[in-house]
Design a protein around this ligand. Structure first.
Ligand code: FES
Length: 170
């Protein structure tokens, strides 16, 4: 985000000099997406008034184009490849281990919003499988031990006490 303002305040600021014709809506949605990383629901009403387009139409546009997202992105994104080469080298177990470690480090089912864990198809580097992409960086030859190290690093902002407790439980 390029501003410390609340989404509605920032949008009002951006709209101040923006043309009102409805054909400018998509360009403005790109601006909002670049600013916040997604299209916050609370700004739809402002856009609706400014461009004279119903909120339903705005959501229709936002969900039609894959370049827009309407959900707030998680702080961390983990993609675990489930393509054939990774599959034969244990990708399913790697995915389960990520889930287990996220439960452990962030609290059971408490990590959605903080971390998004997704299955993806071939990431194009089968020779170093199984692979995962963590915050845009490729992790090769992933093992359960490596998964644990990755998740521990992601959760580094946890209090040292709770980190120590978890380590002692092993
Ligand atoms: S199958 Fe995983 S990188 Fe190709």
């Amino acid at each position: 985000m390029n501003s410390n303002l609340k989404p509605q305040e920032r949008i009002r600021q951006l709209l101040r000099h923006y043309p009102r014709e409805r054909h400018h809506l998509i360009n403005f949605l790109h601006l909002v997406q670049a600013e916040f990383g997604y299209l916050p629901e609370e700004v739809v009403e402002l856009l609706s008034e400014h461009f004279s387009v119903s909120p339903a139409e705005i959501f229709g546009v936002a969900t039609f184009y894959s370049s827009f997202r309407i959900d707030r992105p998680a702080e961390h994104e983990i993609q675990v490849c489930q393509g054939t080469a990774c599959h034969v080298r244990g990708a399913e177990a790697i995915l389960e281990e990520f889930s287990r470690q996220l439960d452990k480090y962030y609290g059971e089912q408490n990590w959605s919003g903080k971390v998004s864990l997704k299955k993806v198809n071939c990431l194009g580097c089968c020779a170093i499988s199984p692979v995962a992409m963590v915050d845009g960086l490729l992790e090769s030859r992933v093992t359960p031990a490596k998964v644990k190290a990755i998740v521990r690093k992601l959760s580094k902002n946890d209090s040292p006490e709770s980190q120590r407790e978890r380590d002692e439980q092993e």
